[in-house]
Write a protein that binds this ligand. Structure first.
Ligand code: 6CS
Length: 312
């Protein structure tokens, strides 16, 4: 039989490299085949999620940036400065976190989804037309965010005018001036040529892009115990692979951007310049708690405990 797996990026971008590794593992260890559907073949992120919930797809990679509208607690990944930027600590956190490996699966299950893995895709940086040294520089900037209420609140707190849009509209909206900024990991800024339609990259260390792979729950429940274990093992192997794959990717992507557009500015904000953004994070955390109540509070508390365990 053939398992259909869709993701939000191109085949040679991070989600695609992960999916290819998963496919390779499954096909090496079983008679199942995995058919991959990169971004654009089946629609936007919201479309592939619907298809996975309906059982048309067996697997889907959707980042919490979009799942936040379906599972409000998944917005926790948009509380700024929550995740460490240190890649070793970060991968250890994803591997060991109780919030991720025990609590989130219950919430995804309520939406008919078996959460299989969450993994990081790199530090998120902003790209804009003008330099951003602090929140004042975001004033009047229409800034594209993924369709996620808490991310909207973050960019409000950062001083911008957030504009939620699906990915497919971002390049054109920047080109025509409908928006003047967006955020993404460096590999994605490079591969999607965001440098063609913005002039300045600003890294404020406020977040690391998180994504999640899930299976249709009914499909997964119908697999033999052996197949379920094989799927989980293939996800674990793909996790290790994607962590290795990303080593140095941020820096290599900056080099490629500089080659393609030598006058592209890349600014890394100093500790002092970050302060107002860090301060804004506190209000975003409060908003998260207002939006998600008891359930969100428990997730946030566990997540912080998991992060602390990794720090020490
Ligand atoms: O900004 C976005 O919408 C996209 N960014 C990444 C890194 N992956 C998929 C997502 O659609």
């Amino acid at each position: 039989d053939t398992w259909r797996y869709a993701f939000e990026e191109a085949i040679d971008e991070v989600q695609g490299v992960f999916a290819q590794k998963f496919k390779e593992e499954i096909e090496a260890n079983s008679d199942h085949e995995v058919q991959l559907f990169p971004y654009g073949t089946l629609g936007e992120s919201a479309d592939i999620m619907e298809q996975a919930q309906a059982g048309i797809l067996q697997f889907v990679d959707q980042s919490p940036g979009f799942t936040g509208s379906l599972i409000p607690e998944a917005q926790v990944f948009f509380v700024p400065y929550l995740l460490p930027q240190d890649t070793e600590k970060l991968s250890e956190f994803f591997r060991s976190s109780k919030a991720i490996n025990e609590m989130f699966p219950e919430l995804y299950a309520q939406q008919g989804l078996e959460l299989l893995v969450m993994f990081p895709e790199g530090e998120v940086c902003m790209t804009t037309q003008e330099p951003v040294k602090g929140p004042d520089d975001l004033n009047e900037v229409k800034f594209r965010v993924m369709t996620n209420p808490l991310l909207v609140e973050s960019y409000k707190a950062f001083g911008a005018t957030p504009t939620p849009l699906p990915w497919g509209e971002v390049y054109g909206a920047l080109q025509t001036g409908i928006i003047q900024g967006q955020e993404n990991p460096m590999f994605f800024i490079e591969s999607t040529k965001m440098y063609e339609v913005t002039d300045v990259i600003t890294c404020a260390g406020h977040n690391n892009f998180t994504t999640a792979v899930m299976a249709n729950q009914q499909f997964f429940d119908g697999l033999s115990a052996e197949d379920q274990e094989m799927v989980q093992a293939a996800m674990d192997t793909a996790f290790d692979h994607i962590i290795d794959y990303q080593s140095g990717l941020h820096e290599e992507s900056i080099e490629k951007i500089k080659e393609a557009k030598p006058d592209m500015q890349v600014n890394v904000l100093s500790e002092e310049e970050r302060t107002p953004f860090v301060e804004a994070a506190a209000t975003v955390e409060e908003t998260f708690l207002e939006m998600t109540g008891d359930s969100g509070a428990k997730i946030l508390e566990q997540l912080k405990a998991d992060l602390e365990a990794v720090e020490n």
